[in-house]
Design a protein around this ligand. Sequence first.
Ligand SMILES: C[S@@+](CC[C@H](N)C(=O)[O-])C[C@H]1O[C@@H](n2cnc3c(N)ncnc32)[C@H](O)[C@@H]1O
Length: 208
Amino acid sequence: MDDTRSRSETRFPGRWAAWFRPWRMMHLLWMRNSVRFFPHWNPASLDQVHGLIGMIRDIESRTTRHAVWVECGSLHGESAGLMLAFPFIVKLHCIDIRDSRILAARLAPFLKSGRCTFHHGTSRQCQAEIPEVDVAYIDADHSYDAVKDDIAVWYPRVAVGGALCGHDYHPSGNAWPGVRRAVDEFVAQHRLTLTTYADSSWMVLKTA
Ligand SMILES: C[S@@+](CC[C@H](N)C(=O)[O-])C[C@H]1O[C@@H](n2cnc3c(N)ncnc32)[C@H](O)[C@@H]1O
């Protein structure tokens, strides 16, 4: 075994000093800007990326309409960037009450080409700018009232053959109980079938 390496890994303060190396500090700062690639609750898991990709591919295969998407709650553009990696999504509307410079930088080529448009405000404030979509992804305010209202705004605007979906549906109800309650009530009211994914995304097909 490499003698230098074994010393730094086993002796105090070498082992703990490793946490304060500049690159690790930068990593921790960068993690503050990430909910998908380095989620603070589990930086070692890629579930937040793979689950969303699974949902996007599922929607492509199970819907007849999936070209125009709206995302309510885009933050720094991580989920939006993943969506735009799929060529079948020809237009993505991003809605957020916050103007993120990181989103603007990450999505710059798509914003410039017009494939992506950013709308500042809430669903209710922006709905008039986005008449109809094929898929709506709800990931904004996670309170019961807000999720219920986002669903009420977007479900009628989702085309038949498309899908309504969102993030942070936890069947246990321990995290974001408001999301679960609003989604469960909506699914029961419309007699829909709920599909969930590894990143806690949820999805229903709009067939009628
Ligand atoms: C969980 S983050 C979105 C994460 C993003 N979808 C992703 O996965 O990369 C929630 C975002 O919703 C925004 N937000 C909160 N309340 C909102 C509202 N009423 N309308 C629109 N956006 C809202 C916040 O500013 C924040 O950027």
